[in-house]
Design a protein around this ligand. Structure first.
Ligand code: BGC
Length: 693
């Protein structure tokens, strides 16, 4: 199947055809590759602007030298490019709140436009296959449905501001180890059910203007010019009419790039005219080795996207930058993303009136995270650390003793540990801020294991011994091993990388101004060996990785194999309690198809206003192909006052019942009984029923 768009579809853009007919071959080819690190060429004499791009998902990246060949991404050091830093994307996924995703995207899009960008390289929607992947924090978790539902409004938010979204990295880019060359082998069903749905939703529902290819290979061919992924699926089946852009230096062959669906080659490490889609492409067309139609198609796509993006309009949207509204959006996302993992003795929320002194322990209490992690780094206008958040909150009215507790330098370990233990022993409450940071979790490498680094296990255990009233707050973008101390800790919070307002949000949750409502978008296994990529799949290669676990990714595996995780997918506690009831499952016919309507009520039986994310899982009781025990097919976050009851109505269509049949090359909803499992997490199912198709 060819990915080439029929020129007839372009009637509404007559001007595109006219423009192309006026362009020289050199001008067309120039539009198909980088002219600076983050810009491809326009054609000035015809009024075609260049296409200006920027990273990344959590904010607008600082301005860099436009032509540094050495993979250094050197900052220009400007005084006016510090921006709003939002929580990382797995934190956004943990809010389970699509409205917030749109607000986040809109604020980011406005900032991007205010910095005169045309295309923002967001969002990252690769599935968290392994807890070790260095970029998990940039993605939206392990579940294709959740990622789909969160990325679509995010993309709408960005694109409504006159900035295109560039979804990435297409596809099966699930590890950083050997990321430039690893060959991923995954069967067609797994590809369709697990690794592609978020991309499909981003293209078909989100209407994303561009798709960024992945570095790795897929079935032996590099993703940035992969015939099956780009021509057959993306441009063929899904009818994607936007631009495919390579990841930076992800191109390896001119013929393939020209013919297999790439439109713009971007990179870093060599002069721009040497790119595969630059001089070699021009010469191959001139000598007749490559058809000139290929470049016409690419230019048509670029121009069409420019039109849609308002780039030919006289008055483009202007955007806005570092506004209080954007900072508030960053705070809101951080507040709703925080996951209360454990609160067994009801230590939380803390009551400041009963406290005289608190010990704040741990390197993450006072560490900045925004300016790290790789291409998603943000030069934040400011960043409130947890320590700063607590100090601001109490303004000297509570004694706060800070002890660093651990450090990357092993030399000082004993002394730091002792100081922390002493601080904990002399406080009413100790709060340990630990977890990971971007020195150990970032783009370009995977972690070696799930262990907490820098001797933190020992530190946490010793602090818990010194003061049982200890709260553990973990910053991380991936699961970490908590087995060493989890039994002894009664309160554990996960704050992710929470952006510039992270410290404010954490102190709001600790002291009960905000009732936590985040839910895990990934399973936290007890041990690395429990997770499917490591127990039955290949990881990390080096050269070839076969996803032998197939569709059994994340909770699909833990549930089906009956393995207890440390914290399950969808888990997250509240300071309130919620009671589920009154489940009704009914059939409803629309003109097009028959839907199943699921209705139930949730009552807040606690004393605080709070939010609950009800999760609806479907279990196909009998199926021709093996299916996971259950799969998430709907969710709804509801905000409920104490003693208030709300009714949730969810409509399930055929897609909620279907699996991908590789022989029939399509989605099949078989007849039979389906169970509906409604709960507060994947393992805390409160009500259930069934229906028959
Ligand atoms: C990353 C992309 C990023 C690009 C440009 C690559 O190394 O994989 O996510 O957008 O660099 O910075």
């Amino acid at each position: 199947m060819s990915g080439t768009l029929p020129p007839g579809e372009l009637n509404s853009y007559d001007s595109i055809l006219k423009l192309i007919s006026q362009m020289t071959l050199e001008e067309k080819v120039a539009m198909c590759h980088g002219a600076t690190l983050f810009m491809s060429s326009g054609v000035e004499r015809l009024g075609i602007p260049p296409l200006k791009m920027s990273d990344g998902p959590h904010g607008v990246r600082e301005e860099l030298y436009p032509d540094d060949w050495h993979w250094e991404f050197r900052p220009l050091g400007l005084a006016n490019d510090a921006s709003t830093c939002f929580p990382c994307l797995c934190a956004l996924a943990a809010t389970w709140n699509p409205n917030l995703a749109e607000e986040y995207g809109a604020a980011l899009g406005q900032e991007s436009r205010a910095r005169a960008k045309d295309l923002h390289l967001v969002p990252g929607i690769n599935i968290a296959r392994s807890p070790l992947c260095g970029r998990n924090f940039e993605y939206m978790g392990e579940d294709p449905y959740l990622a789909s539902k969160m990325c679509v409004p995010y993309i709408h938010g960005v694109q409504n501001q006159g900035v295109g979204a560039g979804i990435k990295h297409f596809a099966v880019n699930n590890q950083e180890f050997n990321r430039f060359h690893v060959d991923v082998i995954v069967d067609e069903r797994t590809l369709r059910e697990i690794y592609l749905p978020a991309f499909k939703a981003a293209v078909q529902e989100g209407k994303a203007y561009s798709v960024i290819g992945a570095y790795n290979k897929f079935r032996g061919q590099y993703c940035c010019h992969n015939e099956h992924l780009l021509n057959d699926i993306l441009k063929g089946e899904w009818q994607f009419d936007g631009i495919v852009i390579s990841d930076w230096d992800g191109v390896h062959d001119t013929q393939e790039a020209a013919n297999y669906g790439l439109d713009i080659e971007m990179g870093t490490t060599k002069p721009f005219h040497e790119y595969y889609l630059a001089k070699p492409y021009l010469e191959a067309i001139q000598s007749g080795k490559i058809d000139e139609n290929t470049v016409d198609d690419k230019v048509r796509r670029i121009l069409r996207t420019m039109f849609k993006n308002g780039m030919f309009e006289k008055e483009r949207k202007k955007g806005s930058f570092n506004t209080p509204k954007h900072q508030k959006a960053a705070l809101k996302v951080a507040q709703q993303s925080i996951v209360l993992l454990k609160n067994s003795d009801g230590i939380l929320p803390l009551d400041a009136r009963k406290l005289r002194a608190i010990a704040v322990i741990g390197d993450n209490a006072d560490r900045y995270h925004a300016h790290g992690g790789g291409s998603s780094m943000v030069k934040a206008l400011y960043e409130v650390t947890p320590l700063a958040g607590l100090k601001k909150r109490f303004d000297g009215k509570l004694l706060i003793n800070y002890a660093q507790g651990y450090s990357a330098q092993p030399k000082m370990a004993d002394q730091l540990l002792q100081e922390a233990v002493d601080a904990a022993a002399n406080a009413d409450v100790a709060i340990v801020f630990g977890g990971l940071n971007h020195d150990v979790e970032a783009e370009g490498f995977d972690r070696m294991d799930m262990k907490l680094p820098f001797g933190q296990d020992e530190l946490i255990a010793r602090v818990l011994q010194a003061n049982p009233k200890t709260v553990i707050v973990l910053t991380a973008g991936s699961p970490v091993d908590m087995t060493y101390w989890n039994d002894k800790a009664s309160a554990v919070i996960l704050s992710w990388y929470g952006g510039m307002e992270s410290g404010t949000a954490i102190s709001d949750v600790l002291f009960g101004d905000v009732n936590p409502s985040g839910k895990l978008p990934v399973t936290f296994p007890k041990r690395l060996e429990d997770s499917p990529a490591h127990s039955i799949g290949d990881y990390p290669g080096p050269d070839v990785v076969t996803y032998k676990e197939g569709i059994f990714v994340g909770y699909r595996y833990f549930d089906s194999m009956n393995i207890d995780p440390m914290f399950c997918f969808g888990h997250g506690l509240s300071y309130s309690a919620f009671e589920y009831g009154e489940l009704k499952i009914e059939r409803e016919s629309t003109a097009r198809e028959e839907n199943v309507v699921v209705r139930f009520s949730i009552r807040n039986t606690g004393e605080l206003e709070g939010a609950e994310t009800a999760q609806v899982y479907i279990r196909d009781v009998e199926s021709s192909l093996v299916r996971p025990f259950k799969e998430l097919k709907a969710f709804k976050k509801v905000f409920i006052k104490p003693n208030e009851k709300k009714t949730v109505t969810i409509s399930l269509d055929k897609s909620s019942l279907s699996y991908y049949d590789p022989d029939k090359k399509g989605w099949i909803a078989e007849k039979g009984v389906f169970e509906v499992l409604v709960g507060s997490s994947s393992r805390d199912i409160r009500i259930f029923g069934s229906f028959e198709v």
